[in-house]
Structure formats: structure tokens, C-alpha cells
Design a binder for this molecule. Structure first.
Ligand SMILES: C[S@@+](CC[C@H](N)C(=O)[O-])C[C@H]1O[C@@H](n2cnc3c(N)ncnc32)[C@H](O)[C@@H]1O
Length: 205
């Protein structure tokens, strides 16, 4: 079977490649969009589910997808062992279909897998599936001429231009944007990444 992302292999086995500790950014999102009954979350590129499960534990109704079958299986397993429900399934960020709206939509480490020709439509869809006053969080690796490509760069993964992410949200209220360079040791070889992050709110005009 040909695979489109190395994560299909990296997620094999019992261990959690990314661990099970949720991303620190989630508490920031919860502050900006506190839980009340019925609030919903979409996790795009959920990996093995650590963030989706955390949000379900906080009470949100969580939908999550990833391209990998192994990631989705482990998301469902982690949800079950944590005593929460997550609606998780296999889908592709390039052409996913969604007919409902969410209070919080986030995607971490995954929009690099959007093909260039699908970017515009992806962000149009994102606007459509975010509720008024809802929050979107996205981060993406960006290229810098002084940084080398990371050694564990994936099949189909594409660096973005610095600042490009922010241009898709010109009509949103920026809650936080930043660009950070940090050291990483994934794959056993120390290297650097540059990451752009946006947290923004869909404000009705
Ligand atoms: C850096 S990992 C981040 C996973 C997760 N968000 C986390 O923080 O643990 C990138 C994820 O993107 C997924 N992915 C790769 N290509 C994809 C695609 N075309 N559509 C959806 N997910 C994809 C991979 O399987 C992987 O789980």
C-alpha cells in the first residue's frame, strides 16, 4: 500500500508518537471561547488524538479527522480509555466535506499538507464552518533562507512563506499572531523550525 504521510508508520504500535499530553495552546483557546453546553470543536489533522480528547474532557463536543487510519484508531482508543466521546474519522485536509459549524476550529502541524491549489478553498471553507464569534487556531512551518529543511520532513509536506498564513484572515479579529524559531530534536538530529501561529475570531460585520 502506498502511503501519503510517514505518520501512518510512525503511529503504528501501542506508543503515542506525540505522547498524550495536550498542546498548551488549548487553554488559551478555552479562555477565548469558554465551555458552555453545546459548544463544539473541530480538530483538523488530529494525529493520535491528545488534543481532541483533552477538549472532550473539558466538555466540548469534538469532531476530529486525520489522513492516517492508525492516528484515528488511536484517537478513538484514547477517547475510550479517558471515558469521553470523540467523533474521529479519516479525511483529507485537501478536500474534506463538512456541513456543520463549530465554536472552535484548530489545526496544528497540518496545513503544510494542503496542496497549493487547495489553499484558497480551504480557508473559504474554514470561514464557512466557524460560528459567528468563533475562534480559529492554526500553526504552520515557514521557510527562512538561513534555516535548513528539517531532517524528518514528510512526504507531501510543503513549507509556507513567512507571514502567508495571516493573509487569509484579513477580515478576522486577530487575538494573537506570532512567528517563533525554536530548536527541535525529533528524529534524533537537532535542528530548527520557524513557525507562524494565528489565533483569530470571526467577527460579524
Ligand atoms: C505534525 S502532525 C500533528 C498531529 C496533531 N495535530 C498533534 O499536534 O499531535 C501532522 C498530522 O497531519 C496529518 N496529515 C498529513 N497529511 C494530511 C492530510 N492530507 N489531511 C489530513 N491530515 C493529514 C498527519 O497524519 C499527522 O497526524
Amino acid at each position: 500500500m502506498s502511503i501519503r504521510t510517514n505518520y501512518e508508520k510512525w503511529y503504528e504500535g501501542e506508543d503515542y508518537y506525540w505522547g498524550t499530553e495536550p498542546g498548551g495552546f488549548l487553554d488559551e483557546l478555552i479562555k477565548l471561547c469558554p465551555y458552555t453546553p453545546g459548544k463544539s470543536v473541530l480538530d483538523i489533522g488530529c494525529g493520535e488524538g491528545k488534543d481532541a480528547v483533552y477538549m472532550a474532557e473539558k466538555g466540548y463536543s469534538v469532531t476530529a479527522f486525520d489522513l492516517t487510519e492508525n492516528g484515528v484508531k488511536k484517537t478513538l482508543k484514547l477517547a475510550e480509555s479517558s471515558g469521553v466521546e470523540v467523533e474521529a474519522y479519516v479525511d483529507d485536509i485537501n478536500d474534506f466535506a463538512m456541513d456543520k459549524q463549530f465554536d472552535i476550529v484548530y489545526s496544528t502541524g497540518t496545513v503544510q499538507y494542503l496542496f497549493e491549489e487547495n489553499k484558497k478553498e480551504f480557508f473559504r471553507k474554514l470561514e464557512e464552518i466557524t460560528k459567528p464569534d468563533g475562534i480559529v487556531y492554526i500553526n504552520v512551518f515557514v521557510e527562512k533562507s538561513f534555516l535548513e529543511l528539517p531532517p524528518d520532513w514528510d512526504i507531501e509536506e510543503k513549507m509556507w512563506k513567512s507571514g502567508e498564513l495571516f493573509t487569509y484572515f484579513a477580515d478576522w479579529k486577530f487575538e494573537r499572531i506570532d512567528e517563533v524559531i525554536f530548536e527541535d530534536n525529533s528524529g534524533g538530529i537537532p535542528h530548527y523550525h520557524c513557525m507562524d501561529t494565528i489565533i483569530c475570531r470571526k467577527v460579524k460585520a
